[in-house]
Write a protein that binds this ligand. Sequence first.
Ligand SMILES: [Zn+2]
Length: 635
Amino acid sequence: MASEILEGIKKTIVQRLPERVQVAKIEFEGPEVVIYTKNPEIITENGDLIRNLAKDLRKRIIIRSDKTVLLDPEKTIDKIHEIVPEEAQITNVSFDDVTCEVLIEAKKPGLVIGKYGTTSREVVKNTGWAPKILRTPPISSEIIERVRNTLKSRSKERKKILQNLGTKIHQGVKYENDWARLSSMGGFKEVGRSCMLLQTPNSRVMLDCGVNVAASDDKSSYPYLNVPEFSLSDLDAVIVSHAHLDHSGFLPYLYHYGYEGPIYCTTPTRDLMTLLQLDHIDIAHREDDPLPFNIKHVQKSIKHTITLDYGEVTDISPDIRLTLHNAGHILGSAMSHMHIGDGQHNMVYTGDFKYERSRLLEPATIRFPRAETVVMESTYGGHEDVQPSRNNAEKEMMRTIYNTLKRGGKVLIPVFAVGRAQELMIVLEEYMRHGMIEEVPIHIDGMIWEATAIHTARPEYLSKDLRDQIFHMGRNPFISDAFNKVQNINERQDIVEGEPSIILSTSGMLTGGNSVEYFKWLCENKNNTLIFVGYQSEGSLGRRIQKGWKNIPLKEEGKTKLYKVKMEIKTVEGFSGHSSRRQLMDYVKRLSPRPEKVIMCHGDAYKTMDLASSIHRSYKIETKTPLNLECTRIQ
Ligand SMILES: [Zn+2]
């Protein structure tokens, strides 16, 4: 069957290419069609031809050179430096013999591509190597380097994986597509361990695979993978909405238990989830509570990840076509649109989303080609979940910071490393630059710095405002002098004993990490302030402090010590990466087309039900609020 589909595509391609083009071979690599040719320059010069072919075949097409026409690597490097203008600031050139690509890393990748791709085409024409152009981030990122090295060193294995996957995706449908169902495996009527399984007669696709970091026991930490309808060996694909651990934290476990299939997500999601997964393993190890997987399995996940841009339509199984859209929640966060069969049914899974422009990102997409079923988050779905406007939230935050600094105190803001931290960095930098708060050091602890570095590597995913600042005004707020990267424990000691300052540290819910250490140091001085800016889940230390607990027992050097909370405790609403109740309602109202069914996930039980009943009452749309382990027929 596979070869039939492949043969059909091969035939079309050969017919449509100009006769002078010598095709060496055509292969499937995962969802992509790769054409190996002895005259790559002819094809690259006919950009429209490939674009039209891709459109007609509904396939992504990659052009690579046949090995026989590749220029010697050393000469290629010289040629590249000759062709690419110096202002591009190339930092590294390396070669992938397996894919016949030359990897060009540069500070200004746009200049390596050139206007309408002219410069990169010159490279192909003169060297035969297909350029793969990567951005060298202005803040160097260990994770990005690690991911790039893994992909480079495992290129051969990866090609094999992609070829096998290509055969699987294109094997053709076996059964008529007359039903689709969704199993809730985690994160329904709760927040944490998001996971669900979409099944059709021909496919099994998992959406998200998270952990609940705030859970107190293993039973409620991980999704229900032991349900009878789920089997690792039958799984076609995993789609990851975004990097947060409650959506991506359990992925390495799948590889530990023998999953060999792909993960689909955006490039920032791949990099950010690698960062968070490695950190999670590290913390668990330090706390002597190891996870059921290790670094090797994170590495394996990277090898199996296929990254997609927003709007790129991709076949992920014989009967499901996936497109990712911006979700506005964190860098690279995506809504997954799944086109099932010949369009018999379309499902959108929102993941976590923000239906409002933030400093960092554009608001979530509301337009889809079709969407009969929408599975949406309901974190702030309760009618009491009113959030102040962004503007008011920022003002309140600045007032609190201003007062704390004035009385000589320090401000501790526990944040998720990814998302809120960068959002706050931009706000703080701007207010400080305009003299609205005193100029004091803003300490950025550990992992937040690395997450920020990843943001600087992918500016194309940022809001238009930020992109304009970075690309046109040459001012990147992330690399401002206002920020101090905290290097080690000694420096932390100096910070808590030193002058007034602002500290951004993980974890966001005080469930571990350095924010808890800072809290211990700072909580007994009434001049200091703790500001919560994000969701504090039930059971977390953050939630307890928020509720007003004044005596907190915490472990210190093996013993339990009682901490008296004297510092000011403040919750500033409005910085959330999640939509408020009003934004959730507005989102459903404005969705185009209007869905037939809305299934709620990612919210405490009563909020989920509150939102569901309001959507039903206001818009006359069928709603469902399944529990974990329930299965919903969607078609
Ligand atoms: Zn999230």
